[in-house]
Design a protein around this ligand. Structure first.
Ligand code: GLA
Length: 388
């Protein structure tokens, strides 16, 4: 972290002149332990923030220009807040920052001119939420510099709005919420309908959370993701015809779904079944962790993957291979895909003594069958975004 801060400061000075008067912010990525594609269905999720971050340096300007520099791409973008903030069709990365400024302005924040430089250690396209972290870092810095009064859950909603309505990705609330509200050594159990949350101590004893990156970037994710959302909405309409209390898949159970099966396209049925069963798995996982029953938690992780692969169809051959190889390693209690899907990372619950074996067995076999080098990271739960 220290070296990243130094690089950000140095680069800031190079691009914008001296590095005095800087506000430095970090915002973490996340790994979702369980509760996938439930957030936009008013359901439950259970993510934790990780030690991969966006680190951003920001300084106010006396005029109305915003200058942003992405250190990883070595690109600088400039625009004026005197005019409406517009989508940039060339420097796509800049839209996450532009979108947050746009959403903050819409919510009544008095924007100021800014100089911004940032870098990221979250692998992009990995399903570990580099985009949400970028939004959150921007939001926290601008909130600080403008004195805009807003609660953290509302700030998460503004970041989500930036991504939904400015960037055009119809994501749920999970990633922005955990990046803002994560806490060291805890996972966050979030009710995405009420935004009530509970910080659950991650007491894993001899077990660890191992994240394994398949090396497959989830490029399809936006269009397929938005399509899944629509499929869920179609399911809700059919369910609500028969059960008017169903406003979101959160309100349905398997008995209701079965009662409507004849009216549903089989694909819609599968999508609904995933969401309904996944919500149950989140509740059971939280209970299992509280009871110290890691074996049960691991089984739920496995079931989650199978449901995402078969019912929700958001996995891919490479990630399925990683999961099945992982499950053969003695000491792995559970393995599943994490994040939006179509590539990215798996999350594994593994005994500390088995981590070496995991690397020895899984990585070479994965390389042999796919030609891709997978990466492993042992992750502990980190704090949410903070001013440094
Ligand atoms: C992406 C979205 C989240 C969530 C997950 C799937 O990460 O940004 O809101 O829907 O996919 O669980």
């Amino acid at each position: 972290m220290r070296s990243e801060i130094a690089v950000v400061k140095q680069t800031f000075a190079k691009v914008f002149g001296a590095a005095d008067g800087l506000t430095i912010v970090r915002a973490p990525g996340r790994v979702n332990l369980i509760g996938e594609h439930t957030d936009y269905n008013d359901g439950y999720v259970f993510p934790m923030a990780i030690n991969f971050d966006i680190v951003m340096a920001v300084r106010k300007r006396s005029d109305q220009l915003v200058k942003m520099h992405a250190i990883d791409f070595n690109r600088t973008v400039e625009f004026s807040i005197a005019r409406p903030i517009e989508y940039d069709t060339e420097e796509l990365w800049s839209n996450y920052l532009r979108g947050v400024l746009w959403a903050l302005q819409g919510a009544g924040a008095k924007l100021v001119g800014l100089e911004i430089a940032f870098l990221g250690t979250i692998p992009q396209g990995s399903g570990l939420s580099s985009s949400a972290a970028l939004e959150v870092a921007t939001a926290v810095a601008v909130k600080h510099l403008t004195g805009f009064k807003i609660t953290l859950p509302d700030l998460a909603l503004l970041c989500q709005k930036a991504e939904n309505d400015f960037v055009g990705m119809k994501c749920g609330i999970m990633d922005q919420f955990i990046s803002l509200l994560g806490q060291k050594d805890h996972a966050l159990f979030i009710d995405c309908r009420t935004l009530e949350y509970e910080r659950i101590p991650l007491e894993l004893g001899d077990y660890r959370i191992l994240v394994c990156h398949s090396g497959v970037k989830h490029s399809l994710v936006d269009s397929e993701y938005n399509r899944r959302r629509q499929e869920c909405e179609t399911g809700v309409q059919i369910l609500a015809n028969r059960f008017p209390a169903v406003q979101a898949l959160r309100d349905a159970d398997l008995a209701m779904l079965t009662a409507c099966q004849a009216q549903m396209d089989p694909v819609i049925y599968q999508r609904c079944r995933h969401v309904i069963t996944e919500n149950e798995r989140v509740l059971k996982s939280v209970a299992a962790l509280k009871a110290g029953d890691l074996k049960c938690f691991g089984q739920l992780l496995n079931q989650s993957h199978d449901s995402l692969r078969d019912d929700y169809e958001v996995s891919c051959a490479e990630v399925d291979l990683l999961v099945s190889l992982a499950r053969k390693v003695e000491g792995v209690l559970g393995a599943r895909i994490t994040g939006g899907g179509f590539g990215g990372c798996t999350v594994n619950l593994i005994h500390a003594d088995a981590i070496g074996e995991f690397s020895k067995q899984v990585l070479p076999e994965y390389r042999k069958q796919t030609g891709i080098e997978a990466q492993v990271y042992v992750s502990t739960a980190a704090n949410g975004a903070e001013l440094l």
